[in-house]
Design a protein around this ligand. Structure first.
Ligand code: ADP
Length: 902
């Protein structure tokens, strides 16, 4: 209703409005039946994702035309648009001649109103199968037509905006003439409202309008709400000048007021003379009008018939159509209150909604454009993008190629989802994401049989219903998180989905008829490869996205995240600046992740904080207020602002509380105001960071503090979230020589702990670990090893070397080096074996500010994947045996060395 000023495009598709005018702020419901307007609605409104704008242009029947020079064959009187109904129309009244058969002259008015669709519904007429639309349009702003040309069956106009912009409007409102006219208009309108109020008591909202809507819009809205002649409507439309419009509107409102008053008098006289049946008739008429207004005027066709029509247009394959009809026949026999009625109905609705044939038309694939769009959406990831382009190229050459399913593997927030959606947009297909995380039940994939109460289709069918086409790009998200248990094996259902031989007739238990999934392009994501069942993995091609270095994150922020976040919050760099240094701080102190998801979230928090401030500032405009507390004046503040501040500061000290800025009159210096706003962006600094994001979550000294006591060592592990630094703590107490392990450990890691302890024990006597050196020391003591972050399950062999280091540190009472982290599996005899995830682990070490990394020698080849700028900041120590590890892990070398013969 109270639409903000809109941006008008330079061209608009034109919907002719016969002998009627849509005014800005008014809402009309139009039934489109002619081929050209149906086409227009289809192309400009229905098929668009975002509802577009169209132009509504009054047309005048020649008959109604004042100067009747042209022959007319149209018959006026259609309440909505009736330009050219086809002669096959069954509705008898208001038949129009088909404009194609008879060259009907159209008198286009040269001014119209841009409108946006608030609601669209599509219907198919029964015997003919003809499509019609009902559109509810809201008028937005006036335009004038520069020229009108045909696009296919409908018209498109080059237009220019007539109504003033918001700024112009605000300026105009200062004009004394306009102030006077507005006052007069409002007074008349108020009078009308109070008369209406006595009659029906439902005008409360209109009253609110009067107080909140700017008067220039009010004029249109009021006039649009009563019946006036076409000529008067046109002249209202032509009243571009605000003064003219206001006085015209006042006149019309006043006339309407008078006519109500007169009618009132008459009805009072007539009342009491009406017979009962007459009253009933009147009430029925009113009811009809109300129903029509609400859009459910199809008295003659009940609910089920509407459903049937929907089913007819769903394009079901013949055998399924038969099945559906059988089901429908049963439904017809049931009473709506009967059990089973609604479930049967819901089922049929699903059948009608499923995209049996509906496809998004695949456009000719332009590989260069695809590459450009991948590049513009994603920083780095060169190899991954290359692979995607290859994948697309294969599709281009052989569209039905049964290639493998791409599976993006990596920690959260590295861009897996957004890459998949880029694939969809490169192919011009719709995109739908199906989350498989935590799916344990086969029914989640395949649905429940309808015999169950509350049964539902599986996630795939549900997704297809939502996306509405049968050839989307479907992302199977977190395919590694599906597990199997007693309730069946979701993985085997997925296998069927991904198998091109079988997915032609995918069987959802709820749907109970086969659905063809072969047109869907599947893409999958996973955090790790390992948990994916091998048969499933076999169908997929794994593309790894290991995570970003801080430098990459910085680039991603400046190139992608910040612009996007600003845009999402309606800001620009004019309002908010996040300097690189601050982004670096967010990366270091607030996020320690492989991806950029939390980074994006934190940037969004800053943008929200800034948006609130900008909105406040706008609200106080023209008396602009700057609250100094939140917005510290940065060095970049313009000279203009400085002088203003100095002026304002003379009264109160600028360092405390709010500084009231002087009022800058809008009309004289509108230019200056925008300069002023643009010149004082909020610049994020450390104070703002802490205020918005809270105290830093991570600090660089963490490692040093943690290893301050002997018995703690620093390991590198691989988790679902990418590489992590993992501390291992060992302690000892009087006991029976038992080993206690805590921290949610898997079997493999427990075994590693046993091996580590055995290795240390085997050397304890020989190497004289403790000064008292008796074996009983180890035998009469329990050892407790803990992996902090107890809530996170841990497993894998790569903590072997870390465990030994921690034990040696414990027994030798020497601290390990805080700047050194390690990973590696160890054999009983002390050989260090290579482990996986080296790149992620090294990146994690770098994120934590670790300087030295101990790695198994045989992992040397994996270092090739680590960006060289990261490597150059790290000392990589390659080891073959555990003794080498110990040598590197302690200040001054292995603490045991002086006793040993190593
Ligand atoms: P995932 O699916 O891997 O968990 P998303 O695709 O949801 O991650 O990515 C999280 C956010 O980070 C998205 O907004 C995405 O656009 C952004 N992003 C991730 N990687 C990049 C990149 N290389 N360049 C630009 N933006 C990225």
């Amino acid at each position: 209703m109270m639409a903000e000023p809109v941006e008008l495009p330079s061209r608009l598709a034109i919907l002719p409005f016969r002998n009627k005018v849509l005014l800005p702020g008014a809402i009309v419901r139009i039934r489109c039946t002619s081929p050209s307007s149906v086409k227009l609605v289809e192309q400009e409104l229905w098929q668009r994702e975002e509802r577009g704008l169209i132009g509504v242009l009054p047309v005048r029947d020649s008959e109604a035309a004042a100067v009747g020079t042209l022959l007319s064959q149209g018959v006026g009187g259609d309440p909505g648009y009736g330009g050219s109904k086809s002669p096959t129309t069954s509705s008898g009244e208001q038949q129009k001649q088909d404009s194609k058969n008879h060259q009907e002259p159209i008198h286009w008015h040269n001014r119209g109103v841009a409108a946006r669709a608030l609601h669209l519904s599509r219907g198919v007429e029964k015997p003919s199968g003809r499509v019609t639309y009902i559109v509810v349009l809201e008028g937005l702003c006036r335009f004038s037509v520069q020229d009108l040309s045909a696009r296919g069956t409908y018209h498109v106009a080059r237009i220019s905006r007539l109504d003033m912009t918001k700024a112009e409007m605000e300026q105009a409102e200062q004009d004394p003439d306009i102030i006077a006219l507005s006052r007069q208009f409002k007074a008349t309108a108020m009078e009308l409202i109070s008369v209406l109020e006595q009659k029906q008591k439902t005008v409360g909202r209109t009253k609110v309008l009067l107080e909140t809507v700017p008067v220039h819009r009010l004029a249109d809205i009021f006039v649009a709400s009563f019946e006036i002649s076409f000529e008067e409507q046109l002249s209202m439309l032509d009243s571009v000048d605000l003064k003219v419009r206001l006085s015209k509107a006042t006149e019309l409102v006043d006339r309407h007021l008078q006519s109500i008053l007169v009618a009132e008098k008459i009805t009072q006289k007539v009342e009491g003379q009406l017979s009962k049946s007459q009253k009933e008739y009147l009430l029925r008429q009113q009811m009809r009008a109300i129903k029509e207004e609400l859009g459910d005027n199809d008295d003659d066709e009940d609910d089920v018939a509407a459903l049937e029509r929907k089913m007819q247009s769903a394009g079901m394959p013949p055998n399924i159509w038969k099945h559906a009809q059988r089901e429908l026949r049963q439904l017809r026999k049931m009473q709506p209150q009967q059990p089973g009625y609604s479930s049967s109905r819901v089922y049929l609705e699903l059948l009608a909604d499923l995209p049996w044939q509906k496809v998004s038309e695949e456009r000719e694939l332009d590989l260069r454009a695809a590459k450009e769009s991948l590049d513009s959406d994603h920083y780095g990831l060169t190899k991954v993008k290359q692979r995607i382009i290859e994948y697309l190229a294969v599709r281009k050459l052989k569209p039905d190629a049964r290639g493998p399913v791409l599976c993006f593997v990596g920690p959260p927030g590295v861009g897996k989802t957004s890459l998949a959606s880029s694939i969809a947009s490169a192919l011009g297909r719709k995109f739908i994401r199906i989350s498989l995380g935590g799916v344990k039940d086969e029914a989640d994939i395949r649905g429940h049989r309808r015999t169950y109460i509350g049964s539902m289709p599986g996630r795939l069918i549900d997704g297809l219903k939502r996306v509405g086409v049968c050839n989307p790009v479907m992302l199977l998200d977190e395919i590694d998180k599906t597990g199997s248990d007693v309730r069946g094996d979701p993985a085997s259902a997925l296998l069927e989905v991904l198998d091109p031989e079988q997915n032609k007739s995918f069987n959802d238990h709820y749907l109970n008829v086969p659905f063809d999934l072969s047109k869907v392009i599947f893409v999958a994501t996973a955090n790790r490869v390992q948990p994916i069942p091998p048969p499933l993995l076999d169908r997929m091609e794994v593309i790894e996205l290991p995570g970003y270095t801080p430098e990459e994150k910085l680039k991603i922020s400046t190139k992608h995240l910040i612009p996007r976040v600003l845009d999402q919050h309606g800001l620009s760099t004019e309002f908010l600046k996040i300097p690189e240094g601050m982004v670096k701080l967010i990366i270091q102190r607030y996020t320690r992740e492989a991806g950029v998801r939390n980074l994006e979230r934190n940037l969004a928090s800053l943008a929200r904080a800034a948006a609130v401030r900008v909105a406040e500032q706008e609200r106080f405009s023209p008396a602009i207020q700057l609250s100094k507390g939140i917005q510290p004046m940065a060095a970049s503040t313009t000279a203009l602002l400085d002088t203003r501040l100095a002026g304002a500061g003379s009264g109160s000290s600028p360092s405390n509380g709010e500084v009231e800025m002087e009022v800058i009159p809008m009309d004289v210096s509108g230019q200056e105001i925008s300069n002023f706003d643009g010149g004082s962006p909020i610049v994020v600094d450390e104070t703002m960071l802490e205020k918005v994001l809270g105290p830093p979550r991570y600090d660089d000294n963490e490692a040093a503090e943690r290893v301050a006591t002997p018995g703690v060592s620093v390991g590198l592990v691989w988790t679902n979230f990418g590489g992590e630094v993992q501390f291992v703590e060992a302690t000892t107490m009087v006991g029976k020589g038992e080993l206690h392990l805590t921290g949610q450990l898997g079997d493999v890691i427990k075994e590693s702990a046993q091996i580590a302890l055995t290795w240390v024990r085997a050397r304890a006597s020989e190497l004289e670990i403790s000064s008292t050196s008796d074996k009983s020391l180890l035998e009469s003591r329990d050892i407790h090893i803990h992996f902090p972050a107890g809530a996170v399950p841990k497993d894998g062999p790569s903590a072997g070397v870390t465990l030994v280091t921690s034990l040696v540190s414990l027994f030798s009472k020497k601290k390990v080096r805080a700047d050194t982290a390690m990973t590696g599996e160890m054999t009983l005899r002390g050989l260090v074996l290579p482990v996986g995830g080296i790149k992620d682990k090294v990146l994690a070490a770098h994120r934590y500010g670790i300087k030295r990394v101990i790695l198994p020698e045989r992992n040397l080849k994996d270092l090739a994947e680590v960006p060289s700028n990261i490597l150059s900041g790290l000392e990589i120590l390659l080891v073959k045996r555990i003794e080498d590890v110990l040598e590197h892990a302690f200040e001054g070398g292995c603490p045991l060395r002086k006793h040993s013969k190593l």
